[in-house]
Design a protein around this ligand. Sequence first.
Ligand SMILES: Cc1ncc(COP(=O)(O)O)c(C=O)c1O
Length: 396
Amino acid sequence: MKSILHQTLDRTGTDSVKWDGLERWFRLKSDVLPLWVADIDIRTAPAISEALAARAATGEFGYTLFSREAQRAVSSWYGRRHETEVDPNHVLFSNGVVPGLTQIVEALTETGDGVVIQSPVYPPFHELVTGLGRELFDAPLEQVGGRFEMDFVALEESMRQAKLFLLCSPHNPVGRVWTEEELQRVIELAKRHDVIVVADEIHADLTFPTQRHVALNRLDSNVITVSAPSKAFNIAGLFASYIICPDDVWRKRIIQVQNKHHVLPTPFANTAIVTAYTDPRAERWLDQLRAELEEQADYLVGRIQESLPRLTCFMPEASYLLWVDFAALGLTPDERKKWLQQDVRLFLSPGPPFGISGQTFERINFGTRRAILDEAIERLVRQIGETTQPEGNAFV
Ligand SMILES: Cc1ncc(COP(=O)(O)O)c(C=O)c1O
């Protein structure tokens, strides 16, 4: 198979959030390189494009149920890829992972109830909790040596006051794939404090070949899982996601909330889920993509360490997001944003919305062509070299 990541896909002019959104939302010129929102600059697996084209050719686009076939496809995928049994009847559709998490929090907690997160974490985790009037309890991750780890003391303290825990597994933005031991401790604590655990596993299928994702529902049959083929197969715009909820009472409450919000799949969502999870060609494509992403991560981390020693980052274990610390440049978040956009001409995901520890960080999306990454590095090297002084920096 030809390289997936190195095939050119020009997404400008396609109404792409990542590329066209820069001008439309932020009034930025087209020479600013977008390495932000989490999708990749590649076509999806050919098997998926073909199946969607065949579905389109039927001409039938009426209101659609979540298909039994899609529920079975999710179950067989978890069985095959994550060694865990999922009853197809426990699989609900959701129109995106964030909407799914929001529906769960709305269904299973009340206004004022506590919800735990572990910052730095994907900004909607913060926003959906506070937006629903629930109280946010943060148990920040700790930087230990060359990686981020859970702080179990802080986690237990937060769980004492909360009803639900939103776990990001693998973790966006720090790139950790949690070990079985870490996840066992999460489950123990949640049981001790009667906390519902909801695992967002959207990045699970992009775990690098040298790592192993442990599905939370393999360790405990009563957790809720929210996931999708959207990151793995780069089809986020189809909003084809699902919730796995084994508890009958919780599932009914989630369905009630979904009915209130008119949550239904598009006909393409069923086709995408079934093809992604059952067509062997799609599975082979994914395995190649995972290997290429690991190689790309290795390359990028190496280039940063070699050419940009004032930036700090750790090798991620999954997906295409790199959490990079710019602290040594001594810039405030606003100064850094201005410098990146106006001087370096890069658009990254700024750290502060990920949580308090994100003040000095930027998240880089490396799911793009090598030439774009090289250009981004060159731009940073040029600007950091040009604008910093040996004994300090020129920005403060
Ligand atoms: C951890 C995590 N959850 C959810 C999402 C978004 O999912 P969706 O677009 O399906 O709501 C992302 C996207 O980056 C993510 O990283």
